[in-house]
Design a protein around this ligand. Sequence first.
Ligand SMILES: *Cc1c(COP(=O)(O)O)cnc(C)c1O
Length: 485
Amino acid sequence: MLYVSTRGASPAVSSARAIVDGLAPDGGLYTMNPNEIPKLDWRALLDLDYASLASKILSALLPDFKEDEAKSLVEAAYRGKFSSAPHITPLKAAGDELFLELFHGPTSAFKDVALCLLPHLMKRAAEKCGNADDILILTATSGDTGKAALEGFRDVDGIRIMVFYPRDGVSAVQKAQMVTQAGKNVKVCAVEGNFDDAQSGVKAVFSAMPKGLSSANSINIGRLVPQVVYYFSAYFDAVRLGRIKVGDRLNFSVPTGNFGDILAGYLACEMGLPVGRLICASNANNVLTDFIRTGVYDRRRPFHKTLSPSMDILISSNLERLLYLMSGDSALVASLMKQLKEEGRYEVPADLLQKIQSRFAAFCCDDAETRANIAAVWRETGYLIDTHTACGRSAARAFGAENGPVVVLSTASPYKFPAAVLSAIGVPCDGDEFEMMDALEACTKVPMPENLRGLRERPVLHRDVVAPADMLAYVKEKKAEPSWA
Ligand SMILES: *Cc1c(COP(=O)(O)O)cnc(C)c1O
């Protein structure tokens, strides 16, 4: 099985090459051919532990990795990093609702599941491609992805990681998380400007230095594949909890931004898992809700800052992969992406829309409804959810209990958004974010994740600040240093 570009104008490559390169040369995303998605005998996987299940799925989707090799990478990636171990993504029942907890990793959000594994896949993939040089990962972050990438890549041999964050554009907690980052291969640098300045600066570095750099963003197929695993594991756990019988269809409600997480659910389904409907949950930035309901993707709309900031997105990059997987037509995808770039809008043909609607449902909710869902779950079951998960829960309710059981993907710990969660459950607190975390623990007795405890007292290890125009020189200088230890 080779990986092809969604836009059809680049040669097919091995799975290892797709991981090393990230993006295809024609600007498309590396994806498998829709009729080559491997089918798994999923009933035979029911009783496997997480690492064994993950290695079966990884080696099926990334044929350059044999099963025992994949297993040793998975074990190395998650060892000592998940507070829920040995389970990586436990399924929790709250009343008659089901929440898939994806937030037990080093930064308490779901991106950890993939970003802990990606460095190990990337290093091995580079060796397979005969690339013996050190890789430097560059990332611009609006907050959470940078920290998750730092934690995933820290102390992985043969790879260094440099994260740029906007000096005035991240929260106090996010900044504290990054500037206290330990590791012998990590650098964190503030950029004088906003997120767009940091992002454009990183893009300019990539075009000026075409060799030896790589990125960790969610268009890399190596980030998508690890996410397929937890759909299988959630299904099996729902069987064990007695919520479904083997073979029943299970629905999943997914708080969605870049469409990566929910696309992994689509792949799980194509591999044979009995998935009912994939429910795409959005906040007030409801471009995907409109798209799935009408077939028109239109990014020309106001951007809203919401209580669920990781879903504040108007261009969902991984949707391109779904369009290709469902149409098999790379010329169509290339033309739609061109329209999106030039006109800010496209419309898919009616037959493609019908296919999408047969597999996906879509709902959105505003901030008031987000709060109401946090409050309702807390009041009725004593289970505390974050603002992103609340959008997923709202969508699951709108989908309707008569359509069968739904697993809501719980993408972040409530402690990552303490102000919104406190106000939702009606506890006044006017301290800073650190004090709010303490207040949340005091009033709910839900334990705070250890990675967030004592954050304010940790030593600052990174103090560099650059102007956007100096980022290239900064990268060149630091890259030339033999070691950052
Ligand atoms: C990134 C993120 C999402 C969105 O996931 P996508 O794969 O981009 O759709 C949802 N919730 C949280 C907390 C996130 O960090």
